[in-house]
Design a protein around this ligand. Structure first.
Ligand code: COA
Length: 170
């Protein structure tokens, strides 16, 4: 069921990092089916600070990954990232890992994460290709990507995910 529109919502998006580990833990642990970073977190103690520090070290700490958090009145309700894929001299920005809290899905809040990532790429004057990849069965993600100006190239990445590119980075 589509959640009620909350007229008191105060949604903001910002870059997040290791100092946000507690908010990130609460967000991640509340998800019914958390699928991003499962590999990094497998077998780790969710109540140990080091678990979440490790996650940020393995992502944002590499310099190849920028992570964004969406908050409503200080509660983290979504996350997303940009992974910079390097191949020789070419760097591709992969818009990756969007996840919205279960009770906030279906409100098009993911658009704010698309917007934040576009703004970030503009702020660093990123000139390389931009892509996003979507599992063939993920219709919610596909709907959101298409609404945000991405179209299916018909090509697949090494995981069998469909590669989408923006018609215009805007
Ligand atoms: C994919 C995802 C990020 C989209 O975020 P979102 O803010 O819910 O996006 P939207 O509101 O645009 O929803 C997209 C579609 O999902 C459907 N939907 C998802 N949750 C819904 C809900 N609770 N109620 C009604 N419709 C819902 C709707 O069909 C909607 O399309 P529409 O608004 O054109 O009808 C979010 O569903 C999510 O976190 N999914 C789990 C993680 C994932 O699969 N991430 C993408 C891979 S990187």
């Amino acid at each position: 069921m589509r959640p009620e529109f909350d007229r008191n919502a105060q949604i903001t998006v910002r870059q997040i990092g290791p100092e946000d580990w507690e908010a990130y833990r609460d967000f991640y642990m509340s998800l019914r089916d958390p699928h991003h970073f499962r590999g990094i977190l497998a077998g780790k103690d969710p109540d140990d600070r080091a678990t979440w520090q490790g996650l940020f070290d393995a992502t944002t700490g590499t310099g190849d990954y920028v992570m964004f958090g969406m908050e409503d009145r200080k509660r983290l309700i979504g996350q997303s990232g940009i992974q910079f894929l390097r191949n020789g001299d070419q760097v591709t920005a992969l818009l990756a890992g969007s996840e919205i809290a279960d009770d906030r899905r279906g409100q098009r809040l993911v658009d704010k994460l698309y917007q934040a990532r576009r703004e970030y790429l503009r702020s660093i004057n990123f000139q390389g290709p931009v892509i996003t990849t979507i599992s063939p069965g993920n219709t919610n993600s596909r709907t959101a990507a298409e609404r945000n100006g991405f179209s299916n190239t018909g090509r697949f990445d090494e995981h069998g995910y469909c590669i989408y590119v923006p018609e215009d980075l805007g």
